[in-house]
Design a protein around this ligand. Sequence first.
Ligand code: ADP
Ligand code: MG
Length: 731
Amino acid sequence: MAKTSPFGGLCRFFILFFKYTVHPDGQRKGDKYMSKVPEIFGSMVFDNATMKERLPKETYKTLMKTIEDGKHLDLAVANVVANAMKNWAIEKGATHFTHWFQPMTGITAEKHDSFISPTPDGSVIMEFSGKELVRGEPDASSFPSGGLRATFEARGYTAWDPTSYAFIKDSTLCIPTAFCSYGGEALDKKTPLLRSMEAISKQAMRVLRLFGNTEATSVKTTVGPEQEYFLVDKALYEKRKDLIYTGRTLFGAKPPKGQELDDHYFGSIKTRVVNYMKDLDAELWKLGILAKTRHNEVAPAQHELAPVFTTTNIATDHNQLTMEIMKKVAQKHDLVCLLHEKPFDGVNGSGKHNNWSISTNTGVNLLEPGDTPHENAQFLLFLCAVIKAVNEYQDLLRVSVATASNDHRLGANEAPPAVISMFLGTELTEILESIENDTAYDQKEKEALKIGVHVLPRFPKDTTDRNRTSPFAFTGNKFEFRMLGSMSSIAGTNIVLNTAVAEELRQFADELEGAADFQSALHELIKRTIKENKRIIFNGNGYDDAWIKEATEKRGLYNLKSTPDALPHFVDKKNVELYTRHKVFTESEIYARHEIHFETYNKVIHIEAETMLEMTSRDILPAVSAYIKELSDTVNAKKAAASSAASTYEEDIIADLSALSADIYKGYKTLKDAVSESETIDDAQKLSRFSHDTVLADMEALRASVDAAEEITAREYWPLPSYGELLFSVK
Ligand code: ADP
Ligand code: MG
């Protein structure tokens, strides 16, 4: 790679994090599966074991050493690695390679190049060079850049992230890469995530040194994302333009049965679904993804998959891949996997629980309370860093989950509320209270709890994991953030968590490094942090209206109900300072992303509104008219046959449906006008308000009349499969 490459910095932190691919407890968790599915697990991944086996000893050593030292990859080494990778990939049936990256679209991107290279005699050989491995230059002008990449400079760069292994998918060797503009600005989700991991590692190491830890050399965050999804029958799906274009049903009357009986949650899994899940697990295992649990969720047709946790950037790559594979495997089973946060109104939506922790490269989970006073003190300090981070950067966390689709879920009576608070459980909360007030923690102890002297009781996972209404819950040795939407990349949320916690650790380290007496300074710091940030701690029912009132009125917490309410906070001064201080985003990167988020929100609502208009005018209104005509024909036939003047059931329905179709038509015209008006608003932020307040409201009104019409229209006339069919047909 050239010295002038904008990726100098990037490569350094890829390299820094390479060593983090090992599981925190020092053991590859895959081992557990290896015994059961040894042939397939990781078979499509060019992982450490494969590298060791395939690379000449010297190359392997040099590669590891270059990585350890954070140096640039020498082209000669890259050439050898690329060649070994290519040979391995060809043996596995690959014909192409691609730099696989995560642009701001939220999904992954790839452009395939074949390995073939012409020879003078007119034949071809299979080639893949070190240069092609470490760097790519896709024409990237069509990816969202928020104005960062002027169109005259369409080139973007992709650079290999060796912390995430190359893998084979669809006969293509995929090389996980970061994606930047010509000027080095991040255009993707991976680059800032890696930067945030570097930031938290740097600050956490300062704190660990203060506790006398001389062994650890780096710290990483770990994530286990639980992924929820719906499965529907493909034939039914294909009859719904709303599902096809928008991922959610824009119309649909409530079925007689929904999730009232709670008979789906953890229920026995239907055969077709089990077969799907088996196939899915196998495909994920081949890619080295540690798919572990699978079960039915609360809503009918809703399921969940959870992997074993791993390093955050790998977990992010794996989650992106998981979502893609979920959809692909579903097709093979004549199913469609819906990842939208709210595919069906009135039944639970889908989220993605982001289980997050911090651990050292020596395998110590820093959010695990220890057995000694010393370990406990360190745990409490890290805990305080998370509490303070969540309190001070609630708005950024909320921004990280703000999308048009997730808005349908947050704040409804299912997912966490839009207000962010933390659940610590009674035991831990009591401990914090006793520290704050210098009072004894339990009756037996006479003295006040002294940090660094007393041993804390262990908190069994069970007692800390019971509050399902909390957006941010401590679950024994990690935090579970539950606001993330099922469709989103987990990168955004983890960028916020890593950076905000890095900032608090920075402040703590600054204070403690200058202290004359470490123990008493530590005690005072923890005490003060609890006092100043305890408003964010709430162990009660997060769905309760009284809580929302208390949170906003008494505690002054944010209640950012919708995306247009939340997004403006992304560029609040304190947030810009946070990101620039830790070099996670530059100011121009922040503003670019800000713009992209607003644009995406507006586009989603625009597409939904257009879809509704089309379905209303071309399918729904004609269907209602046709049914009315059939009913009128029947009325006439009956009248001809009998002389009775009594009104018939058909006449009543005709009257009701005629009124409803008038409402539908009115709603249609109102929405059409709103869409036209929205097209005249240039400012993305202003447009987001209009999209939310006017377009979405008009969509809801239109839907209400359409759903009412569905309830009294004959099944054979209604142009869309019903909720009942969509939710209950997979056997
Ligand atoms: P629940 O449904 O009770 O929340 P699950 O077992 O379904 O629990 O999911 C818990 C998730 O948390 C799993 O993906 C697991 O790997 C992950 N996890 C466990 N320990 C950690 C950790 N230290 N860091 C990050 N994630 C973790
Ligand atoms: Mg969970």
